[in-house]
Design a protein around this ligand. Structure first.
Ligand code: GLC
Ligand code: CA
Length: 551
């Protein structure tokens, strides 16, 4: 039954998820900020692309210190994005197009403007005090030397209670105390409330940091982490047919098998970053650039594919709202932008797991290289100050920012060649990448050879050929310095994916492909399957099994 689909499989195993960063996607009311009505107006575009679900970065009420990752009311929508009715409309309108909405749950911390925190800092005996992580101390004498991810110490003094609170991110993002059962119950109630509203799943922000133990300087992977996750899953996730994906910077394959245990006891899958952290200097920060070690990239992908086969589930991604644009990073955003963007798409979408497309990735959108005054991201702006103070040269710091700033991903979606790329008729909150006249959705929808159509085809193939979803992975040529090649096998059916990762011409490394092997997709047009691999060339061959490939 090689090619027959198992009906018991989870829907999200053959799904492709599209991430929307709401403030940069589509602005409906000319205030320069993307909003929910804007998203609704673009649902047909997403349906045309063929995606199954939208991961929506946070739209809940928030002072926007970290663009919504600082939530002050988990059960309301920020007026900047619309209101609850808009959200319900979005869920309904997306549903009509068979698209589910995945909410971004930020449960490691809240905003300091959340009612809980406002209460918590009133006094040590306030019922909400223990919802956060406090330590005694004296003003100016910090409990320890832990640092926050966005710069500065991880401790903030509150005179009213004469204590420090712990924050792994900005001062306006106090960490929640998961040790407190009442807090946990409030979280489950809130999650279930969203499930009632019809959301299709959740993405869990920095979920591996919830079980922190600051006295032992533990942030990721605290001792009680999986206990908390199983409770959350039992009390909320398992009550409906949801997709749940945890962001976990500290995951290895062993931990990933817990997170994505096929028994469903924790989450559907884990979003881990081992491959994406390879091009930075060892033991340093992402700003400390270093070339991509290509063989290592293959080793990492190969290991995750093998280890999780049948024992967990991978998320497949190059991009999100925190990462630079992949075509600028590991492709070529100049001469071979189209070829390399498609190659990267093919390489990723041929593997096992659930692929994620970050808005604009399907167009080959590129990094932006702005002057510092155009940047908006709190992490980037803090880094700039911090490094200048430490004596780094300005050019050096700007080179890091151009390569790695989160704002690379946050420039407005490029819809067409009209003013502001069709994103807004107002003044965009962040500058539009000036290359929108060459790179935009409208022109790519019209061009059947575009990057957009390559993504569309990859999504279609995943739905049509079960081997994309179920096939066993085998890395080929692990020592080849230029080629990324692998097979996927399901019964007698097989995919062969061959990618030239670089801009030089190479010999095709395998025997002449012949019947019944057929070229399913290539980035140099359907005809070409010669014995030479052009720059960034990518091909997917398919050999049908005994059961015919579905029509
Ligand atoms: C995650 C988010 C990031 C945010 C951080 C704090 O890493 O993806 O955007 O700044 O968590 O919530
Ligand atoms: Ca708006």
């Amino acid at each position: 039954m090689g090619e027959q689909k198992k009906s018991t499989e989870k829907w999200w195993k053959s799904a492709v998820i599209y991430q929307i960063y709401p403030r940069s996607f589509a602005d409906s009311n000319k205030d320069g900020i993307g909003d929910i009505q804007g998203i609704i107006s673009r649902l047909d575009y997403l349906a045309h692309l063929g995606i199954d679900a939208i991961w929506l970065s946070p739209v809940c009420r928030s002072p926007q210190d970290d663009n919504g990752y600082d939530i002050s009311d988990y059960q309301d929508i920020d007026p900047m994005f619309g209101n609850l009715e808009d959200m319900e409309n979005l869920i309904r309108e997306a549903g009509k197009r068979h698209i589910r909405i995945i909410m971004d749950l930020v449960l490691n911390h809240s905003s300091d403007e959340h009612f809980w925190f406002q209460e918590a800092k009133k006094g040590r005996d306030n019922p909400y005090h223990d919802y956060y992580v406090w330590r005694d101390g004296r003003e100016g004498v910090l409990p320890n030397d832990m640092k926050a991810a966005f710069g500065g110490p991880a401790w903030q003094w509150v005179p009213e209670v004469e204590q420090y609170y712990f924050h792994q991110f900005s001062v306006k993002q106090p960490d929640l105390n998961w040790e407190n059962p009442r807090l946990r119950q409030e979280i489950y109630d809130m999650v279930n409330w969203w499930v009632q509203k019809g959301v299709g799943g959740f993405r869990l922000d920095v979920i591996d940091q919830i079980a922190k133990e600051p006295d032992k300087k533990i942030t990721n992977n605290g001792p009680r982490l999986h206990e908390f996750l199983r409770e959350l899953s039992r009390e909320a996730f398992q009550k409906a047919d949801l997709v749940t994906v945890g962001e976990a910077w500290g995951a290895d394959t062993e931990l990933a098998k817990l997170y994505s245990n096929p028994d469903g006891s924790e989450m559907s899958m884990v979003f881990q970053f081992e491959h994406i952290c390879l091009d930075q200097q060892e033991g340093k920060e992402k700003w400390d650039l270093s070339p991509l070690p290509f063989l290592k990239l293959k080793e990492v992908f190969g290991r995750w594919q093998k280890e999780l086969y049948g024992r967990g589930w991978n998320s497949l991604f190059w991009n999100n709202h925190d990462l630079p644009r992949i075509v600028s990073r590991w492709g070529d955003d100049g001469k071979y932008r189209e070829e390399s963007a498609k190659m990267l798409a093919v390489l990723l979408h041929g593997m096992q797991g659930t692929p994620y497309i970050y808005q604009g990735e399907e167009l080959g959108m590129t990094n932006a290289a702005y002057g510092i005054e155009e940047y908006r991201d709190i992490e980037t702006l803090n880094l700039y100050q911090e490094r200048l103070e430490k004596g780094y040269g300005k050019e050096d710091v700007m080179a890091s920012i151009h390569a790695r700033s989160r704002d690379n991903a946050r420039t407005p979606m490029q819809w067409d060649e009209s003013q502001n790329a069709g994103f807004s008729e107002g003044v965009p909150w962040i500058r539009v990448n000036p290359n929108y006249r060459q790179i935009n959705a409208k022109s790519q929808i019209e061009d059947e050879n575009s990057i957009f159509h390559c993504y569309k085809e990859l999504i279609r193939l995943r739905k049509e050929y079960p081997v994309f979803v179920e096939g066993d992975f085998q890395m080929l040529l692990p020592e080849d310095e230029n080629i990324f090649a692998y097979t996927r096998t399901l019964g007698d059916a097989q995919l062969l994916v061959v990618c030239n990762f670089y801009g030089k011409t190479l010999d095709y490394p395998f025997p002449v492909p012949k019947e019944p092997m057929q070229l399913l997709l290539g980035n140099y047009g359907g005809e070409r399957d010669g014995m030479v691999l052009a720059p960034y060339e990518a091909r997917i061959y398919f050999t049908p099994g005994k059961v015919k490939a579905p029509a």
